[in-house]
Write a protein that binds this ligand. Sequence first.
Ligand SMILES: NC(=O)c1ccc[n+]([C@@H]2O[C@H](COP(=O)([O-])OP(=O)(O)OC[C@H]3O[C@@H](n4cnc5c(N)ncnc54)[C@H](O)[C@@H]3O)[C@@H](O)[C@H]2O)c1
Length: 435
Amino acid sequence: MKCYGLSADEIRKNIEKITVAVYGLGKMGLPLACVFADRGFNVIGVDINKNIVEKINSGENTVKEEEGLDELVRKVVKNKKLKAVLNSVEASKISDIHIIIVPTLLNKNKKPDLNIVKNLMEDISKGLEKGDIVITECTMPPGATESLIPILEKNGLKCGRDFGVAHCPERTSTGTAIRDISGQYPKIVGGVDEKTNEVLEGIYNIINKKGVIKTDIKTAEAIKVFEGIYRDVNIALANELAIYCEESGINAKEAFEKANTQPYCHLHNPGPGVGGHCIPVYPYFIMNKKTELTKISRKINDSMVVHVANLIIKGLNEIRKEFKNSKILILGLSFRSGVKEVRNSPTIPLIKKLKKLKADVFLYDPLFTKKEIEEYAKYKEDFENIDCIVIMTENKKFKNLNWKKSDNIVIVDTKRVLDPEKIKIYYGIGYPRRG
Ligand SMILES: NC(=O)c1ccc[n+]([C@@H]2O[C@H](COP(=O)([O-])OP(=O)(O)OC[C@H]3O[C@@H](n4cnc5c(N)ncnc54)[C@H](O)[C@@H]3O)[C@@H](O)[C@H]2O)c1
């Protein structure tokens, strides 16, 4: 059933007649497609990855870290509410709402690379019909969705007359996507006109119990990008203050926690850098000559890897161990606890740096197989013959390792997961330096 021009109430009454295409069945797209299907919409999931399409059609969840998704995929596929396909043109022809949730990347010069979205819009335009709505849910630079509307109009239809276009950003994180999509926060909806926003209100009110906040397309894009930049800048501030603390004999953890008891202070956790394909990427979507704070924050966060390497060197000096050929075990490949994701993980540049300095580098992360680990460094999960252990990600398993056996080992704890009082040779980000 075509939606552009319908009221929110009419949408609510006709859920089962509406077909939603979700283009991109990754960490965000698959949970989104399943939640739509679970609420009664007919959902076509589109992905270029044949393996993903086949697995989903057999009822298998392909985003393992998402709690509750195993059952949800099984249920909606069995009920014939979700079907995955490879062909986006064919999916476009039979759908009324088109949701794009594919990666938005940076090119070599750190400029937004929206080619995946553009190509997808070309395909969608081939099946687009009067009354359709096209939504970008993937994070977009402000102004980008509107700039791509001419692609959708290629086959003669006019946006704002025949069909609607919107940006409705995913305000979610891997691992909690179902919860977030279903109503952890209200949904930001930015349509090209009031008619589109009316439809968006109808649709997203059905899946999100916190309701919608309406705005225009460009503001919706800015909201999501700003949320990411807020995190990046605040992490940079935490990192800067943590290094100040190390050098000034102050325990940053205690100082931050106590400062945060005042309602205007929200100091974040310092760490070895910022990973993933969101927070370290979005600042570049708006970066220009005037965004000095955004720029310097990126620089500070990227430089934390050098700081970690310096803590390792300092620790090895303390035990009079030469850096060259020292055996260093890194705990944590993933950029975030509980999520199997290596994109922009600070562990990768750290490994490169340590290897360049001729250290013997080992790696362990319970989320990865031995084979996957060996793409980066030698696999090791015990402390035998190790000179230095570096914790790069929070993981419950790391806390429970046999730390009693680490008395002669330098411990560099970038996430402050261990109790410094219980470790003999402890270096932590934001922990007062020895000597
Ligand atoms: N992962 C997060 O925590 C998160 C949070 C909020 C927003 N986002 C945004 O959501 C978007 C998607 O992120 P993700 O984490 O789901 O990415 P992902 O890499 O997990 O998944 C992307 C999927 O899109 C598929 N794909 C690529 N090109 C395609 C095409 N032409 N047609 C159909 N499918 C195609 C890929 O095969 C993959 O399955 C990004 O813009 C990201 O910034 C991600």
